[in-house]
Design a protein around this ligand. Structure first.
Ligand code: FAD
Length: 116
């Protein structure tokens, strides 16, 4: 691995970006207003045009076309995003994540208390 003060490669960029995206899901309201829903949808669409790994962005746009982003609640968005991340995991041969546990990973910490 290159030193951490070098420009990010696709892996480092991806790890940092997933942290941001899942954290946005974790802090999204359970009952968002119409304007919060439209902001999140706009963000996802603009993100898919600007993400600075162009093949990644293109595949992400294809995913959005196939699976419309669910922005009507925190849990719906978190599960949709988990599905998007699993789509990339499958493509890269990484293990799939159990989307019923996305809040434990990104919001509450695991039920076994290891994050407390
Ligand atoms: P990451 O995949 O970065 O995951 C970080 C952590 O998230 C994991 O340790 C795990 O705890 C958790 N996690 C894993 N899966 C899920 C899930 N489904 N839901 C919630 N949490 C989960 N790389 C490429 O080489 N080609 C691509 O086309 C490509 N497309 C990408 C598209 C997007 C939109 C993004 C954000 C990244 C993309 N990447 C791509 C990068 C790739 O997804 C990984 O980030 C990178 O390979 C580093 O992987 P990692 O093993 O460190 O874990």
């Amino acid at each position: 691995n290159p030193p951490s003060d070098c420009p990010p490669d696709v892996e480092a960029l991806g790890r940092g970006t997933w942290t941001l995206l899942h954290s946005i899901a974790a802090s999204y309201p359970e009952s968002p207003s119409m304007s919060q829903q439209s902001d999140l949808l706009s963000f996802v669409k603009l993100f898919s045009k600007l993400y600075p790994c162009w093949v990644c962005a293109e595949d992400f746009r294809t995913y959005i076309g196939r699976e419309v982003p669910k922005v009507e609640s925190r849990d719906n968005f978190g599960k949709w995003l988990c599905g998007a991340h699993n789509d990339v995991n499958r493509k890269l041969g990484k293990p799939e994540f159990d989307c019923s546990r996305w809040q434990e990973r990104w919001r509450t910490g695991w039920k076994d208390g290891r994050c407390d």
